[in-house]
Design a protein around this ligand. Sequence first.
Ligand SMILES: [Zn+2]
Ligand SMILES: [Zn+2]
Length: 422
Amino acid sequence: MAISKHSAGTPLPFETDTSADCLLPESMKAPILPVRCPPLPDELLSSWLIRLAWLNAEKLYTFRRRFWMHPGSPWSRNIDLILPDDALAYISKMTLITPESLVNHMLKGYLGTLFEDIDPHGNAQGILTSRRRGQKVFGFGLQLCPDCLRSDTVPYFRRWWKVAYLVTCPIHRRLLIDACPGCQQPLAYHLSDFGKSLLPERIPTSFCATCEYNWSKKALQRDELIPDAFMGWQKQILTALETGWFEDNQIGSLYALSFFKGLHTLIRLVASKGHSSKLRQVIAGELGELPLGVTYSGSQNPFGGLRLGDRLNLLRHAYWLLQEWPERFIWATKKAKLAFSYIDSYKKQTPLPYWVASAAALAHDPRHTRISAEEKESVKRFLEKNGLPASRNQVNRWLGRWYVSRHKEGNWLFNPETHSTN
Ligand SMILES: [Zn+2]
Ligand SMILES: [Zn+2]
């Protein structure tokens, strides 16, 4: 099986008979399209191109010649992540949209926010893996929200639906889907006119080319079991993609790239079959679940190659660790007997982001054992009864935690160690 290659690479074995495209005269390349429309908010570049082809009553095979002067077909590659500069220029010319604004509709636009590089196999951390071979789509590298599609005047695919850390739609408070409900096949919108003599009557981004299922159809059952807190966290992730900052009451403000690198590390630790699998067992116990393993597909981008259900499972584990940061993380890694050196050097990854490294280092401190909610509540009540400040940080200070920085110590009316409750 071949993973999407660099767009300008050599033709894949099944990509034949395309050399004629290179011979198109310069004057024929990228004439302005008769029917044009700008991409919709956060629309994936490929979703927009496919809509443009349909609006101009052109089959995708013919339409690609307007901007694709390379061997092979753009539709069997991940052009949202990697697109040759000349193709972007041709698309810009034929649509009269500047290349700069088109980058905001590509996954490449997440560079520096979600991931820091694109690997030689054409994968990027946090992006769902697209695997296609000719007209066949392997793996479930695309997801959608049926309610978003239904509420659209023009159904289209969002860029954030390609982000592996998002499994829910914060707008409609529901799980996304990563397979066609009609035939259980991977979602694909580039096959609507393949092998057919006529163009589809419906817009290609709205239905399954295999079974004709309408993806925006109202589902019989809704997913009501997703906790509000997890949904709120998913919204924070979506906001981080938009603003470049992950804002959190517990962790504070983090540069989005640093947050996603840390999240990636936590997921790898939780998903591991090796030494750190004990961590999954500890968390599963806390979640009241069986510590079921997750089968990585062995591709270069394992988390991005997982089905939605497996990603949801791992994300729930990671989210559990992130709550009450860094307390739960420290408690759980200690219980799982994971040393800082192990976490820091796991799979020879790039250095841990500071916010994870500092928490992992704290796990060595014997004082950092878990404190129950009841114990915290009783300290809070005590402080309030005595007319003392009882914020979260101050409660932790009385419990001997590290949250309150030294310069704040002078604010204390008296020393908790010497104070008597009598
Ligand atoms: Zn939605
Ligand atoms: Zn289908």
